[in-house]
Design a protein around this ligand. Structure first.
Ligand code: NAD
Ligand code: DAU
Length: 336
């Protein structure tokens, strides 16, 4: 199988490429990525000489280039991970989210249609469902009610994917996963930001009262779910992905502080995120019963392994924090 993976130089895409190259020695992976601030080829250094792996730098809004690559490599499946992915950035700069997440997805769908690609898998998010109260879960039937420019751009993309199935009969799937954690996550997201700041003795900024709940899944378990959807997903279906690991942000930050032996005084409550969703929680019954997916990690083992990874790979995140990322970081939190 020849798989066109977009956004493969980012956090989840690079973990997925590692997973697939390990598991399928006969598959070819074409990684198509624009290398924005979040794309980092260091994430894939160990596979760059693998004959089954090809990297192409490009934008998912560039129809001609994508069409050329899809034809050249005889692509069977497109998996679209490429996106602007950070909610805070979408609040200050929504336009690029619409361009990449909505227009980029439509361009990919068009190229897939023209080239009669066998399957198109859209990597979406639980955030398209909006926010939950203290009880209940997101199912595939929960209405879309996105609240941030990021999640709304992802919801727009999901509706286009649905439209290409309904209108043109394309074989598509949409996956909606909860919050991922694991190696190679860009240190603007909660877990790597708190782990690396704690190691550097910097402040740990918790938004609002810290009681917002996220449902955490190890990125390798997300990869195994996407693998199953590629091979067994039924045309036009949506699959929610999550492992029932709900934690408040307060719990996450305190756990990290404890595990690293950092002083609690680093924790600082800061102004809340605008439109901050209170709680996400996935009901993964459909993918578990229909496709036989089962997560491998418990949160306890996953977070322990992840913290160790950031301890052992300090060059990786220090290079990011010392580079262009720092400007953004300082604008948000000041020079702390
Ligand atoms: P990320 O920000 O780490 O990586 C995104 C990648 O997309 C980067 O490599 C970037 O260079 C690339 N990219 C951005 N714009 C592009 C463009 N115009 N053309 C080509 N490439 C472009 O994101 P992530 O956390 O790995 O998320 C990957 C996907 O999974 C996204 O679609 C996101 O919405 C979805 N998702 C993320 C999570 C999570 O917890 N991180 C959970 C559920 C779903
Ligand atoms: O639910 C899936 C989504 O998870 C993905 O679609 C997004 O791409 C991904 O970024 C993530 O979105 P969140 O907004 O949930 O993740 P983030 O790591 O930005 O924040 C997690 C929680 O932590 C959220 O409630 C905001 C809070 N937070 C975050 C940061 C960066 C803080 O309290 N302080 C912080 O400094």
């Amino acid at each position: 199988m020849n798989i066109f993976v977009t956004g493969g130089a980012g956090f989840i895409g690079s973990n997925f490429i590692h997973y697939m190259l390990d598991k399928y020695p006969n598959y070819k992976i074409i990684n198509y990525d624009l290398l924005t601030y979040a794309g980092n080829l260091e994430n894939l250094k160990d596979v760059e000489d693998n004959p089954n792996y090809v990297f192409v730098k490009g934008d998912i809004t560039n129809r001609e280039l994508i069409d050329h690559i899809v034809k050249t490599h005889n692509i069977d499946v497109i998996v679209n991970f490429a996106a602007e992915s950070h909610v805070d950035r979408s609040i200050t700069q929504p336009d690029v989210f619409v361009k990449t997440n909505v227009l980029g997805t439509q361009v990919l769908l068009d190229v897939a249609k023209e080239n009669k690609i066998e399957k198109f898998v859209q990597i979406s998010t639980d955030e398209v469902y909006g926010t939950l109260g203290e009880t209940g879960y997101f199912t595939e039937e929960t209405p879309l009610a996105s609240n941030s420019p990021y999640s709304s751009s992802k919801a727009g993309a999901d509706l286009l994917v649905r439209a290409y199935h309904e209108t043109y009969g394309m074989n598509v799937n949409i996956t909606r996963c909860s919050n991922n954690y694991g190696p190679y996550q860009f240190p603007e997201k909660l877990i790597p930001l708190m782990v690396t700041n704690a190691m550097e003795g910097k402040e740990l900024p918790i938004y609002g009262d810290g009681k917002n709940v996220r449902d955490w899944l190890h990125v390798k378990d997300h990869s195994s779910a996407v693998d199953l959807v590629i091979h067994k997903g039924k045309p036009g279906e949506v699959y929610n992905i999550g492992g029932h690991n709900e934690r408040t942000n307060n719990e996450i930050v305190h756990l990290i502080v404890e595990k690293l032996g950092a002083p609690k005084s680093l924790i600082k409550y800061v102004e809340d995120r605008l439109g901050h969703d209170r709680r996400y929680a996935i009901d993964p019954t459909k993918i578990m019963t229909e496709l036989g997916w089962k997560p491998e990690y418990t949160f306890d083992t996953g977070i322990e392994e992840t913290i160790q990874w950031y301890i052992q790979n300090q060059d990786w995140w220090k290079n990011i924090k010392n580079g262009s990322y720092i400007e953004y970081y300082e604008k948000l939190y000041g020079d702390k």
